[in-house]
Design a protein. Structure first.
Lengths: 322, 836
């Protein structure tokens, strides 16, 4: 246990070091791209230049970087938008938009995980029978077709033609964030995002479980007198989960990322387009805040996934030199 | 024998190898001179107007529809969608930037004057709003103060304020609010983006700029002053490094970025990223080098010295009292300007169609103060920089217009509701107007979703794209909103930069090549097939531009403008010609003539070979850079490729020339650097000031350092001759254009015939149409289509004006009426399928 603790602390320290390196590289690279030239007709260009001067953009790069670090670490101040969301606090914008993305994705995987597991287990148990073929064919279809295609179909069929759901998600003016009405309005997006996850999870579960079910220890379990259901749930599934669970954890971590296209189709004010926009318009402050945010998520997720191996399967020991 | 044959064969092989090498060793000429460019603009018979043109605006306003107004007790909501909030909306009156930003402002504020539909519903009238009456010229009262001299007029204006005006919380708006708000607008520690509205154009308030920049260095273009003389006198002269040489972001050897303005005596070298090879000539340049080699007397770009060289000065410490905005009494203010306002009865209300008001208690509350190191401090006195989040949320904004903001959710929705404290409702003067109680804007990025929402009755208007037109073009609910924008195809004609592309695209420098390309385009077909509501575009300016603000006379509909295009596209009229009148010829003009294009292409080929810029056999690849690879761009490109391949048939280019599409989100910047062969360019705006348009863009240098994208087209080298009342006057196209843009720097023209604004609108128009023709006749840019927006209006509402009107559009929300209230509409759409 102490070894595990040391391992985790080491990984976390390394994570912060990696983050710092990535942050530094990204800062230098983005600052090497000049801000868009000012060519506005009939406007006082000096005013923009003076503003940029006041924002410290003309200071030497190292000074600018030092100021950024100082503001972030001392005041958690990521600055304000200059090229987008002008004058708005960068962190506030992120925090304001993130909950939508998180909630839609969370609902989506909460729906997708049980369904994916059930279909996967069912297909594995019915391997090479017609049920397995049907599930596998559907899996191929849903993995191959991009999610925005489902989105348009779901929107047209369920929202426009049948009227089961609203076309776009509700605003907070009309309902609370955690409300049945909001959930219903999110359903088309949840379904559109969920199909792909269900298909992926089904495929993994089926593949892993099929392999485990043919293992010798399964035969031993059955010869010990366990029923097929007991053997499958107590032994086969648990072994299969060593591969499946990290994938599920990965999905949970991915909920912070958002989907640019799904958010656009269902008018979700999430973070899906934020990073791309920040790069396109060269908003230094947004770019840096989002870079650090996503880097942190990526690095933290890899630690969580690595640790999860040890929890799922005690045979896997982290940090042990033995 | 075998040996002899072998030797001969080997020799033949060697010779053929050498000859092949000789063929492939063709080196295009290092330079290309398009020759002397002259344009004869013909005769202009002038009419001068004492003190410039003048006129009176009308004040008879459409009364609205009786019974359909804000007194109706039912609830009417107008639901609409926007594609995005443009990276967050900014409705702070001091900092707003885009038309999206102004949406909220347009509802929660109102200007000193409004332009509204006139009583005949065929134009606009002006009505005082936050002002009680029209402005009065009080210049004589200020003689000896604020730079006002004896005999001056139209410089100082007195405005009586509307005494019924209130903030939405019911507090009275007085002269003090205007004074405080302007002081904040020009706050030197805030550097508000809209501050320039009050000094950087014709509406230039005395000392506004000095107050804003007090203690800071500011730069003013040299204009007529001579750099050499100033330098001799010991004055500093600065070069606009960003504007002249595109050095924004360039670094010196120590990694320090090039400032925009650098003294021409400064020889610190900066790396020009546009030059790939670091050791190449001009990979490193200094302000001194650029001045000495390009802008100094006798150098290549001497004529641009007035624009790109500047004098610098530290703006003097300026007290607020010296700024030309005065409180006369509680409800009267005076505005004193540096320049007189021409055509004041129109332009004073036009310049004052907004206000700069902010609500003091909230504005102060929303400020944050920072010192020079970026640390927060507790008061403005200690601060070097002040920021504000005023108008970023409903609780941080307060208006005084017909509506108030009640809900705002970033990137999702905002809602406005009737402001019961607006004077217009209280006084009853707006009876018959403003039936809408509530306005809801929702962000829906996807066009397909917006259309479905409209068809479900959730939106009351929806914009259409090209794909929707097949279904809805004939709908009785469709309306077309013209925009001032024209989309053109622009060529790079900088020979040396084209040569560097290594694809033989330098052949486009031949004038006949570009003319052939222009004639190969069927603009009508293009606009119909690839745009939702665009119409064939032939001129630089489209049908939105009014050359006379008092009559609303449209430039494109005027005889000189039509004549210019008819001549350009070679459509003849008159006795013995194809068409009897100018009108007939203009109506028949298509700009499309493939046989003529093919003949010109043959000439272009021969010229290119003769000039030694093309070997006549190698492939020619012309790169067309586009913003993205959307279906519509691909279709547009395919069309252009097809047409140019048709145009080269029968010429030496047949089978050798092709277009290549390259996706480049920065294609404008690429063109500025000379990296693109051709691109789409769109320009427009300022629909009431057409005469300034060309001067805003086409007086910049031909090297991409300014706003002109037609790289290589040097307007100082095009000599244009007008015969003005029988007297021939020749000057460069650039100078004529500057003259039309009211520049005082073109003294040669002004000395000969006076200022542009000395003439009546018809005369100005006649001059200007010829300038437009001159630009087009070199085909460095070819108009393709005029932009329009098509939209469907819901069955729930009635649009007051059927055909789009200049300035007032379709009448706006003020005159919008409803067929259903909210409850009736909900019931109707629940039981009916909407058909459009």
């Amino acid at each position: 246990m102490r070894t595990m603790g040391k391992y985790i602390v080491k990984r976390i320290l390394l994570m912060f070091l990696t983050m710092f390196i990535i942050m530094t590289i990204c800062f230098i690279l983005i600052k090497m791209l000049p801000l868009p030239a000012v060519r506005e007709m009939g406007r006082d260009v000096n005013l923009i230049l003076a503003k940029r001067e006041a924002m410290g953009y003309n200071k030497p790069l190292l000074v600018q970087y030092f100021l950024l670090l100082k503001n972030v670490f001392l005041h958690w101040d990521w600055g304000v938008g200059e090229q987008m969301y002008e004058a708005l606090n960068v962190w506030d914008v992120l925090v304001q938009k993130l909950p939508y993305t998180v909630l839609v994705n969370l609902y989506s995987i909460l729906l997708a995980i049980p369904l994916g597991l059930v279909f996967g287990i069912y297909a594995a148990l019915k391997k090479n029978r017609w049920q397995d073929h049907v599930v596998s064919t559907l899996v191929v279809v849903f993995i191959s077709v991009p999610s925005y295609v489902y989105a348009f179909i779901v929107q047209y069929l369920f929202c426009y033609k049948l009227g089961w759901f609203p076309l776009t998600i509700e605003s907070l003016e009309s309902t609370a964030f955690f409300s049945g009405r909001m959930l219903v309005s999110m359903m088309p997006a949840i379904l559109s995002l969920g199909f792909g996850v269900i298909a992926g999870l089904t495929r993994y579960t089926r593949a892993e479980l099929s392999e485990v079910l043919t293992s010798e220890f399964m035969l031993l379990a059955r010869t010990k007198g366990l029923t097929k259901a007991q053997a499958t749930s107590r032994h086969a599934l648990r072994n299969a989960m060593v591969v499946i669970l990290p994938m599920i954890i990965g999905e949970f971590i991915g909920i912070l990322g958002g989907s640019l296209i799904i958010e656009k189709i269902f008018a979700i004010p999430g973070v899906g387009s934020l990073y791309v926009s920040a790069v396109n318009v060269r908003d230094y402050n947004f770019f840096m805040a989002l870079t650090v945010f996503y880097t942190f998520i990526g690095l933290a997720s890899s630690i969580v996934i690595d640790i999860s191996y040890g929890i799922i399967d005690p045979r896997i020991r982290m940090g042990s030199k033995k | 024998m075998k040996r002899i044959i072998s030797v001969i064969t080997a020799m033949l092989l060697v010779f053929s190898g050498f000859s092949a090498l000789a063929e492939s060793a063709f080196t295009p000429a290092e330079t290309y001179d398009p020759g002397e460019r002259t344009f004869n603009a013909g005769e202009i018979t002038t009419v001068k107007t004492e003190g410039g043109s003048s006129g009176e605006v009308t004040t008879d306003v459409y009364a609205g529809e009786a019974g359909k107004d804000y007194t109706d007790e039912k609830v009417y909501t107008y639901n609409t969608a926007m594609t995005a909030m443009g990276g967050g909306l900014d409705w702070n009156p001091h900092t707003w930037e885009t038309s999206d930003d102004s949406i909220i402002l347009d509802y929660i504020t109102i200007g000193f004057y409004s332009f509204v539909v006139n009583s005949n519903k065929d134009g606009y009238s002006v009505v005082p709003e936050m002002a009680a009456d029209f402005p009065v010229d009080v210049t004589a009262e200020y003689v000896g103060q604020y730079g006002v001299a004896e005999g001056d007029a139209n410089k100082a204006w007195r405005i009586a304020l509307n005494q019924a005006a209130e903030w939405e919380n019911g507090e009275k708006i007085t002269a003090d609010d205007y004074i405080y708000s302007m002081q904040q607008q020009l706050n030197p520690k805030m550097l508000n983006r809209r501050a320039d509205s009050y000094y950087d154009g014709d509406f230039d308030i005395v000392n506004a700029k000095n107050y804003l920049y007090a203690g800071k260095m500011s730069y003013a273009p040299l204009g007529d002053a001579k750099a050499a003389e100033l330098l001799e006198a010991g004055q500093e002269v600065y070069l606009d490094m960003h504007g002249f040489w595109g050095m924004a972001g360039a670094l010196d050897a120590e990694g320090k970025e090039a400032a925009k303005y650098i003294s021409v005596t400064n020889d610190v070298m900066y790396r020009d990223a546009a030059v790939e090879d670091e050791n190449a000539e001009e990979a490193w340049v200094s302000a001194k080098y650029l001045y000495d080699n390009y802008l100094a007397a006798g150098q290549k770009y001497e004529s641009y010295a007035g624009k790109y060289l500047a004098t610098g000065s530290v703006a003097p410490e300026t007290s607020w009292d010296s700024v030309g905005l005065k409180k006369i009494d509680e409800y009267t203010i005076d505005i004193i300007l540096n320049k007189p306002v021409e055509e004041a009865s129109f332009y004073m209300p036009y310049n004052l169609s907004g206000t700069w008001l902010v609500y003091k208690p909230l504005y102060e509350e929303c400020k944050t103060f920072y010192d020079a190191s970026g640390a927060e401090v507790d008061s403005e006195d200690k601060a070097d920089k002040v920021t504000t989040d005023y108008c970023t949320a409903p609780e941080k904004s307060i208006g005084y217009g017909p509506y108030k903001l009640t809900y705002f959710e970033l990137d999702k929705q905002f809602t406005l509701e009737r402001n019961d404290n607006w004077y217009g409702y209280k006084s009853g003067k707006n009876a018959g107007q403003y039936q809408t109680d509530r306005i809801v804007y929702t962000v829906i990025g996807e066009q397909a979703t917006r259309l479905l929402a409209f068809l479900k009755g959730e939106l009351d208007e929806v914009g259409l794209v090209a794909a929707d037109m097949e279904k809805y073009a004939s709908s009785k609910y469709i309306s077309y909103t013209p925009q001032s924008y024209t989309t053109k195809i622009t060529f790079n004609t900088d020979y040396e930069k084209l040569l560097a592309h290594g694809t033989n695209s330098q052949v486009v420098v031949i004038d006949e090549f570009r003319e052939a390309f222009a004639l190969a385009l069927d603009r009508e077909e293009f606009a119909t097939a690839y745009t939702a509501a665009g119409s064939a575009g032939y001129g630089m300016l489209n049908y939105m531009y009014a050359y006379n603000p008092f009559t609303g006379g449209l430039y494109r509909d005027s005889a000189p403008a039509k004549q210019a295009l008819v001549e350009l596209y070679g459509v003849e009229y008159g006795e013995g010609k194809d068409y009897a009148t100018l009108e007939d010829a203009y109506a028949a003009m298509t700009g499309y003539n493939m046989p003529a294009a093919q003949e010109l292409m043959k000439v272009a080929y021969d010229k290119a070979v003769a000039a030694g810029i093309y070997d006549g056999v190698s492939p020619v690849e012309i790169e067309f850079r586009v913003y993205n690879s959307d279906t519509v761009y691909v279709q547009m490109f395919t069309y252009l490729d097809t047409q140019i391949k048709e145009a080269v048939k029968g010429s030496g280019y047949e089978g050798k020339l092709s277009l290549k599409m390259t996706v480049d989100p920065d294609y404008y910047e690429t063109m500025y650097s000379g990296g693109a062969d051709m691109i789409f360019t769109t320009w427009g705006g300022a629909a009431l000031a057409p005469f300034g348009m060309l001067g805003q863009v086409y007086t910049d240098a031909a090297d991409g350092s300014g706003k002109q994208m037609e790289i290589g087209f040097d307007t100082t080298k095009v000599m244009m001759t007008y015969t003005v009342d029988g007297k021939e006057i020749t000057d460069s196209l650039r100078n004529w254009t500057l003259w039309a843009n009211n520049s005082k720097d073109v003294t040669t023209i002004i000395d000969a015939i006076g200022e542009f604004t000395d003439y009546d609108y018809e005369t100005r128009n006649a001059f200007y149409a010829k300038m437009e023709q001159a630009y087009l006749s070199y085909y460095v840019t070819t108009p393709v289509y005029y932009r329009n927006v098509a939209s469907l209006d819901s069955q729930k509402v009635n649009i007051p004006v059927e055909t789009y009107l200049q300035i007032v559009g379709f009448g706006g929300l003020r005159f919008l009426t409803y067929n259903y209230d909210d409850a009736a509409w909900a019931d109707y759409i629940a039981n009916n399928t909407l058909e459009y």
